[in-house]
Design a protein around this ligand. Structure first.
Ligand SMILES: [Zn+2]
Length: 87
């Protein structure tokens, strides 16, 4: 599995340096765009012009570097199965 975030991936916000408002938010990436300068919806801090992942519903965007990909459930299950075999 690569760590590269692509459209359709489930991701979690692991950084939100200005006010931490969206830390832990989980969403599915609908688009990845070079965005014009954006501001934090909570504290209005300037996030700058960034390469951003945009939620499928179009209501939320985050700089892509602030996200971590969540592995698909199928991969999690196979890891669990391997762990059981090792017991
Ligand atoms: Zn903020």
């Amino acid at each position: 599995m690569s760590d590269k975030i692509e459209v359709g991936d489930l991701v979690v916000v692991v950084r939100w340096p200005c006010c931490k408002e969206w830390l832990g938010k989980i969403f599915r990436v609908g688009r990845i765009n070079q965005e014009p300068p954006t501001f934090c919806t909570k504290c209005k801090a300037l996030h700058g012009s960034v390469y951003a992942a945009i939620e499928r519903s179009d209501t939320f965007a985050s700089p892509i570097t602030w996200l971590r990909k969540i592995p698909p459930l199928a991969e999690l299950e196979s890891v669990e199965r391997e762990t059981e075999l090792c017991r």
